[in-house]
Design a protein around this ligand. Sequence first.
Ligand code: APR
Ligand code: PHB
Length: 393
Amino acid sequence: MHTQVGIIGGGPAGLLLGHLLHLKGIDSVILERRDHEYVIDRVRAGVLEQFTADLMTQTGVGARLHQIGMRHDSVYLSFGGRRHLVPLSELSGGKAIYVYGQNEVVKDLMDARIATGRPLHYEVSDVSVYDIDTTRPLIRYHAGGAQHELTCDFIAGCDGFHGICRPALGDAVTFYDKTYPFGWLGILAEAAPSSEALVYTCHERGFALFSMRSPKITRLYFQVPPDEDINKWPDDAIWDEMLKRMTTKDGWKPNVGPVLNKNVTAMRSFVTEPMCAGRLYLAGDAAHIVPPTGAKGLNLAAADVLLLARAFTEFYKYSNSGLLNNYSETALQRVWRAQRFSWWMTQTLHLSPEGNAFDFKRQLTDLDYITSSKAAMTSLAENYVGLPMDIEF
Ligand code: APR
Ligand code: PHB
């Protein structure tokens, strides 16, 4: 079997790349380790930058996003018992963010893929890559009880942080890594969101975040130690802690309801440089991880695959490798800007066990400055809604 682009991983990065390549008439095969339901049901992030929403709309996969996604023109920063509104759209020339679960994005892209009839294989195992320094890289994998070989013109490593593609880049790469001394305990609750906008809270007990998935489902998080055992947290204790951190002096608080799902995620920042070797190109979480505080993970994956789709298109249309050669450098510029912003949001809003009372005062002063200076708030807004990205390809 042969394909133009062999895509390893059927998460948002792999599926979106396959979709964009299809629109340009470029063949791909998508190989996913898990089953179809697992990939859809995984509870993940849920904020799209303006460009990601625009890209979905313009490439024909935005119908449900416009039906059930929620456009947000502002966000709250809460500290000292008060919520401060950051008018994102007003400060960013009309851009907004869209609350739309990553699993919904995945569903839309799976449906689009299936409609094209192009290959998307689930439950493949023992995926390995060879000959990336040649013009005929090879993928081997097991599926349906048989061993398969797929030769490709290029391989796209979209297999997430724990995938096999990053290790296959070889020795000529550098990893930049930062782990944080905290994680997030997150819940999905059957409760109507009590605020139209997201609320990021910096509290003396630690960070908390109010978000949502639909008019009936609230999504909430609070800061815990990175190795926290979720079994230590019965639902009542979770609500007690959420309410302690989030309730503001004007009486605002999240609505309480049955907990549908709960988990703990550790947080890290991670970058691979360069994001490619030979004919193997990484995109999304395979190449970089951001802490969720800036809501950038899914959007960076979308930005990577847009650049990659553009570069493959130029290669096949004009036999020009210029954009492919520049892919890593171009992608990394946005990646590092998102890293900086995500790190900044994280350290400004969380209580570090390594910090002291001075640090907490400094953080509160940072938040006070941001919410009282139009210049500082504009900087926050332009990063949060997403730095400029040309969606033509
Ligand atoms: N072979 C095939 N598929 C694999 C392999 C493998 N060896 N290893 C991992 N995968 C699959 C995973 O099962 C997963 O479905 O690759 C997919 C990677 O998807 P994600 O982890 O969602 O990563 P990505 O598509 O880059 O999307 C980034 O995910 O973690 C969030 O915040 C992040 O929203 C961002 C998004
Ligand atoms: C979410 O809704 O899951 C969410 C929102 C904002 C973030 C992170 C996660 O910064």
